[in-house]
Ligand binder design. Structure first.
Ligand SMILES: Nc1ncnc2c1ncn2[C@@H]1O[C@H](COP(=O)(O)OP(=O)(O)OP(=O)(O)O)[C@@H](O)[C@H]1O
Length: 399
């Protein structure tokens, strides 16, 4: 997706299957002699804003979690302070590193055992904890000088079989099957979703850990610690300050999304309940694909003013995921899509499909705007206009 806004990058995780290969900025190369169809064209070229290679820690091209945060996450923190909405979502087949990129290894340790939690390495934390930490470190810096006051709220939900579940509300009958509704001004939201006021990074960490334990996970043929649901961690960040002696308030919403595996159900050897999950997960992802395609068509149309305008319908409401992410897809948000791919040649087909999906997404143009009080904005603009007219008047008087 573009901006005005969006960055698209892909990352390659270390192999847990067979062969190891790498990726350059624009090329994924799978060597001759690898598994699969020998007549198949082996080299495909794609262009993205960034590519991150993390398959081999010893490689000179190796990119750490910290570097990924510095390249993408710091912009999300900056956008929040400027009053823009932001969204990061990770897309890719099961086991390709979506959860690792978004949450890091801490969440997986949670699923495994208490002992793993102790062995969790700080350097392995992903974008969500780093973005939250970045927000609070900047809040502390700013409040030291008394420049502004802040309010930060988080919520954490999962979409599983097209039902929304609150990952942070315990002991409540309203945890499952929450309704998605649409506010005329603020857009789609989840009714009765719990929101938690947080004062520091420690508060966020506690909630993240609780939510991760609540996430539905199930083993599949492809990944033992596989998340079969889409998870959305949302931060609502409000900043109040004085701008040219005028009180002003900005509100930004940051969605951090870990999508379920994008592979087809049959590729995982799934049966029964698992197949049903696969079907529903695909429904959300198919709709996401349709939304991305429709938006890409619209963007191409807009870029060509001479062409006859097509009637394009964007099917946001066809799935819970796309409805909730409506603003992040072609709307008021700075959106980053991260496509994660496996370096194993056995995953050639899925890798290619992920890269094509991401290639389509990069054509989308979002229109982010600063979310601030309309009256304060009007007064600021009028003041700027008065200042401009005064300057013109002064210049006129000099002639
Ligand atoms: N860049 C990486 N460096 C080290 N380990 C990684 C990296 N990427 C992924 N892994 C490891 O590979 C395994 C699978 O990754 P992960 O769970 O993030 O995949 P996923 O795409 O989220 O899968 P799912 O769709 O099932 O949720 C995990 O054990 C994870 O820690």
């Amino acid at each position: 997706m573009k901006e005005e806004t969006s960055v698209l990058e892909f990352s390659v995780r270390p192999p847990n299957l067979t062969a190891l290969e790498g990726a350059s900025l624009t090329m994924i190369y799978i060597p001759e002699g690898g598994t699969g169809d020998s007549g198949r064209e082996r080299t495909k070229t794609f262009t993205y804003d960034f590519s991150f290679y993390s398959a081999d820690t010893k490689s000179p091209d190796y990119v750490s979690q910290e570097m990924v945060f510095k390249t993408l996450g710091t912009d999300v923190v900056k956008s929040a302070f400027e009053g823009y909405n932001a969204c990061v979502f990770a897309y890719g087949q099961t086991g390709s590193g979506k959860s690792y990129t978004m949450m890091g290894n801490s969440s997986h340790s949670m699923y495994k055992s208490e002992a793993s939690i102790i062995s969790f390495q700080r350097g392995d934390s992903g974008l969500i904890p780093r973005i939250c930490e970045g927000l609070f470190s900047r809040i502390n810096e700013t409040t030291k000088w008394d420049e502004a006051s802040f309010r930060t709220e988080v919520s954490y939900l999962e979409i599983y079989n097209e039902h929304v579940r609150d990952l942070l509300r315990r002991k409540s009958s309203k945890t499952f099957n929450l309704r998605v509704r649409e506010h005329p001004k603020e857009g789609p939201y989840v009714e009765d979703l719990s929101k938690h006021l947080v004062q520091n990074y420690g508060d966020v960490e506690e909630l993240m850990d609780a939510g991760n334990i609540n996430r539905t996970t199930a083993a599949t043929g492809m990944n033992d610690v596989s998340s079969r649901s889409h998870a959305i961690f949302t931060i609502k960040f409000t900043q109040a300050k004085f701008d040219s002696e005028m009180p002003c308030e900005t509100v930004s919403k940051i969605h951090l999304v870990d999508l379920a595996g994008s592979e087809r159900a049959d590729a995982t050897g799934a049966t029964g309940v698992r197949l049903k999950e696969g079907g529903n997960i695909n429904k959300s992802l198919v709709t996401l694909g349709n939304v991305i395609s429709a938006l890409a068509d619209l963007s191409q149309d807009a870029a060509n003013p001479l062409a006859k305008k097509k009637q394009v319908f964007v099917p946001y409401r066809d799935s819970v995921l796309t409805w909730l992410l409506k603003d992040s897809l072609g709307g008021n948000s700075k959106t980053i899509m991260i496509a994660t791919i496996s370096p194993a040649d056995v995953n050639y087909g899925e890798t290619l499909s992920t890269l094509r999906y991401a290639n389509r997404a990069k054509n989308i143009i979002n229109k982010p705007t600063i979310n601030e009080d309309a009256n304060v904005k009007l007064i600021r603009e009028l003041r700027a206009e008065i200042a401009r007219l005064k300057t013109l008047l002064a210049q006129g008087n000099q002639i």
